[in-house]
Design a protein around this ligand. Sequence first.
Ligand SMILES: Nc1ncnc2c1ncn2[C@@H]1O[C@H](COP(=O)(O)OP(=O)(O)OP(=O)(O)O)[C@@H](O)[C@H]1O
Ligand SMILES: [Mg+2]
Length: 410
Amino acid sequence: MFLGWKPHAGQRLFLETKVPIKVLACGRRWGKSEACAHEIVQTLNEPAPREVLIVAPTQDQCLPIFDKVCEILQRQTGGPAVLLRRSPRPMLRYGGSRLLARSSAREGRYLRGRKAHLIVVDEAAFLQSPVIMETLLPMVADTGGRIVLASTPQGKNHFHALFAQGQIEEGRVWSQQCPSWQNPLLSPVQLDWQRDSMSGQQFGVEYQAQFVDPAGQVFKSEWLEKAVKRGNSEIDSDAPIVAGIDWARYHDYTALAIAQGYRSHAVIRAVYRWHRVPWQAQAQQIAQTLREFHVERALCDRTGAGDAAMEILEPLCDCPIEGIVFNAAHKGRLIDQLALVLEKGSLGLPNEEALLNELRFFEAVPRDNGVKLSAPIGGHDDLVIATALALDALPAPYHTPICIAGKRRV
Ligand SMILES: Nc1ncnc2c1ncn2[C@@H]1O[C@H](COP(=O)(O)OP(=O)(O)OP(=O)(O)O)[C@@H](O)[C@H]1O
Ligand SMILES: [Mg+2]
């Protein structure tokens, strides 16, 4: 069946499982590229024409699987039945079937609208969640096709969510945790050497395929889970409603968050964002949303273009719009305040994937002159900033004075 290749036990189980979504959380060198290449060959060998896609964060990361597939097919056929093109993007034709390799970072959005019978995503934990959820999954939905997501873990992000789904949901999603030592060819001496040369946490992620939050992650995954479970609960419907607005710069989004409650315990009622919409139209939509929610006060970032945007928004609104000029210290205070209420479990969040992803990926990176708080390169943090501003716009909690001595004891 595998032309002399013998899968190890973990690979065999993976190859024999036929469900729509397969998730492999692998330690380094487990043999995921080999296993995925054999999965692709099985599909290309089916009698009907098949469209197969390899996706990884960069084109180079697609190549180990693509090259392995070429090697297996050439061994299988002796060469001539395989038509191969390597540039501008790798493509292989095999009978009536086709295999393409694409980078998600450069071409993710151009994949929309295509169909596939099998998609193999390598380093899936490092792709942006919308590429998987909104672009790739729909591509196999109407062909009855399958998607394989293989990766070393990267914290408790969307890849972890799909992995966790596979652990509880039988039938549609299947997942397997694959420590490196399941590959019998891996030398135990090499593994021991790796164990000694890195931290326990790093070894846990890289070789045991454990899902651990990265060291720089500001908002821990369990805080976010708790916040989503808490949702809208326990906030008085008469409590003040405010908004936070982060204006777009260059490639960013303009983001709006609506919060209700007090700074010590609140809920985020809704979040919105706009991309490449003219300032006037953005301002009108924001003003309309503020009116719908009966927002009493809005706080926005007036740094740079924010100043002009605020001037357009102000006359359209019934409530006061206050601007703050952002600097690193200010940002640090707002982010600390948001982290504190999330850690205490006193902020409810809506189950909005865009917001949760920005929070998960938001990181603190040490620099010579302090700590840089932002999204990783290529990511966004507009919704995080709008949420932090909304929280800051809420009134401080009201404390009833308690006198424990004297005549007016309360
Ligand atoms: N069943 C097998 N039989 C023989 N060799 C195998 C088998 N599975 C994997 N290998 C070998 O083990 C090594 C690691 O395999 P592979 O490159 O597929 O692992 P990987 O999990 O993709 O690694 P990485 O973490 O570097 O991406 C390679 O040299 C590969 O040829
Ligand atoms: Mg590999």
